[in-house]
Design a protein around this ligand. Structure first.
Ligand code: KG4
Ligand code: ZN
Length: 341
């Protein structure tokens, strides 16, 4: 079975082709980051309009790179939520229309299911069940992944997502959007211990996260300071350390509580090098296997959507003749497809 996947939930337009026998055949992506950078964040209407401009050429590229004609496809999967509703509608309308024209089934896929399954595209895919830390711009959660569509959320952020905290703090430091990678780069020249920021929620039991207090601590600590380059780097370093320590400590706690031996890291913040270093140390300490998607599949992409769509279509699931787009769609409402393998 061969599936075209389409991703337009936020500020990346992407298309990919996944084949059940051969694996990933192609993926093409256009990031809108530069367009939104001017405004310091994603402008939803601009995002939708750019998806309209970019999507069809990207689909053509993905199909050409995969040496695939539309008649060789068995279905079209697209991100149906959660995300920016206008942006989702572009992908949904294009996917549904193409599937209809080609006489193939279409399926709306959950964006976070895509992120959770992204490590399945790698040479050493995790085996179910596994523990997953999903850290993106919109979500921070810990989940037990028992199988396709079997996700038990055991911890989540009560306020800002980890990526959002990175982005907001980066903005405070005058860094360009998207802040996460820029802050991580600045942190490299920072000196540890020059500032003291809290490690949110570590003093409390449980697996939930909270990052808005940390952001406030940065505001308070820097309010009366002259933010020269070295001071900004010191702040970035300590902020990153606080987020990383918090994430790693909760992962350790979750592994102990669940007895899971494999931890999958998904979402954009998973590209953070400091986080990867500390998680590596945790893995060695606790005998945990830690798996990541390759960096380009940590952030938004269509390969993960094509893969999730393939798994569900192969499991006998598809949509009726409608376009689905949900700004909010809780992950734990998902169910396995009818014929789960
Ligand atoms: O998964 P993703 O591409 O999009 C969402 O679905 O949200 O994640 C984007 C988030 C942004 O907040 C970005 O700043 C953050 O991931 N991010 C990073 C790094 N690379 C991306 N945060 C920290 N360090 C990085 N290296
Ligand atoms: Zn994402």
């Amino acid at each position: 079975m061969r599936v075209l996947g389409i991703e337009t939930s936020c500020d990346e337009t992407a298309a990919a082709v996944y084949d059940g026998t051969v694996g990933l055949l192609s993926h093409a992506l256009h990031s809108q980051v530069q367009m939104h950078a001017e405004y310091g964040g994603v402008v939803p209407e601009l995002a939708s309009r750019d998806h309209v401009r970019r999507l069809l050429p990207l689909i053509q590229t993905a199909l050409a790179d995969a040496h695939t004609q539309p008649e060789q496809l068995d279905g079209v999967a697209y991100t149906a939520g959660p995300g920016l509703v206008g942006a989702l509608l572009v992908g949904g309308a294009v996917a549904r229309s193409l599937a209809f024209a080609w006489g193939r089934p279409a399926l709306g896929v959950h964006h976070l299911e895509g992120h959770l399954l992204a490590p399945m595209l790698e040479a050493t895919p995790p085996e179910f069940p596994f523990l997953a830390l999903l850290v993106s711009g919109g979500h921070t959660l810990l989940a037990v992944v028992r199988g396709l569509g079997e996700y038990e959320i055991i911890g989540s952020s009560l306020d800002d997502a980890a990526g959002e905290a990175f982005d907001k703090t980066a903005k405070l430091l005058g860094l360009p959007y998207p802040g996460g990678p820029a802050l991580a780069a600045l942190a490299r020249s920072g000196r540890a211990g020059k500032f003291q920021f809290p490690r949110p929620m570590l003093d409390r039991p449980g697996l939930d996260f909270s990052f808005s207090g940390l952001k406030t601590a940065v505001v308070v600590a820097t309010r009366d300071l002259k933010l020269d380059e070295q001071t900004r780097a010191d702040v970035a370093c300590e902020f990153q350390q606080a987020v990383v320590e918090t994430l790693v400590a909760k992962c350790a706690r979750a592994a102990t509580q669940t007895g899971m031996k494999t931890l999958v890291i998904a979402g954009g913040v998973g590209a953070n090098q400091a986080l990867r270093t500390e998680l590596g140390a945790l893995g060695r300490r606790a005998g945990l296997q830690i798996l990541y998607p390759r960096p380009e599949f940590c952030t938004d992409n269509a390969a993960m959507i094509a893969y999730a769509g393939y798994r569900r279509l192969a499991g006998g699931e598809h949509d009726e003749l409608k376009i689905r787009a949900s700004a909010r769609w809780p992950l734990d409402t998902l169910r396995p497809p009818p014929h789960s393998s």
